[in-house]
Design a protein around this ligand. Structure first.
Ligand code: SAH
Length: 196
């Protein structure tokens, strides 16, 4: 098997694992009554589509067809091994955040009935650890897919979702939890502990 084929398979396995991990939480989250779904709007759906394009559709087309061929290059083994490790870290963090958010998790922005603020575990270090996990996934994609378009597409796609969403999410949390969220935000960074 060539290094490129191995890297593409590793990427595909990671993406499938990501979705499989999420299935039980998706079921649980669906049963929750939503108290505030104001943010479940066209803007959010557009952002989710852009993210899916960058993390799913563009890399899947590249993995299946090698399109766009002009942007392909020969990968180094170090890059591929690092990509596998980063993807493994992303999956671990993703799973932890779902375990901790439990029934409060949602694909888009919403406040559930009797929603509580989670500030422990991985949420003690940063206030958006699930988004950290998505950025790690996107980084792994850039390392595993040796193509200047398909590789970085995840960073661009998820980056757009993140930067257009995070301020509104924090605003929503601030409205729901008031001083409790202000205090939490004051002692945590967004996605990289101690840095950002
Ligand atoms: N931004 C978070 C959560 C993403 S899931 C992260 O990256 O880990 C999005 C939903 O999680 C939001 O609709 C919000 O209601 C909920 N949420 C976000 N932070 C939370 C927290 N600290 N405690 C409880 N729920 C939270």
């Amino acid at each position: 098997m060539s290094l490129i084929t191995f890297a593409k398979i590793a990427w595909a396995v990671g993406v499938v694992a990501w979705y499989v991990l999420r299935i039980p939480f998706q079921r649980k989250a669906k049963k929750q009554r939503v108290a505030d779904a104001r943010h479940r709007n066209a803007r959010e759906m557009t952002l989710l589509s852009i993210s899916t394009l960058g993390l799913g559709i563009i890399p899947a087309i590249y993995a299946a067809t090698a399109f766009p061929a002009f942007a392909s290059y020969a990968p180094s083994p170090v890059q591929v091994v690092a990509g596998v490790l980063v993807f493994a870290c992303a999956l671990w963090l993703f799973w932890r955040t779902h375990r901790q958010l439990g029934r409060y998790w949602s694909v888009t922005l919403e406040i559930k009935d009797k929603h509580q603020l989670i500030t422990s575990g991985v949420y003690e270090k940063v206030r958006h650890p699930m988004y950290s996990a998505f950025f790690l996934w996107a980084l792994a994609q850039a390392m595993l897919l040796p193509n200047f378009v398909a590789g970085p597409a995840g960073i661009v796609g998820f980056g757009i979702l993140f930067f257009f969403r995070v301020g509104r999410e924090e605003q929503m949390m601030r409205e729901a939890f008031g001083h409790e969220y202000d205090a939490y935000a004051a002692r945590t960074k967004r996605i990289i502990p101690g840095i950002y």
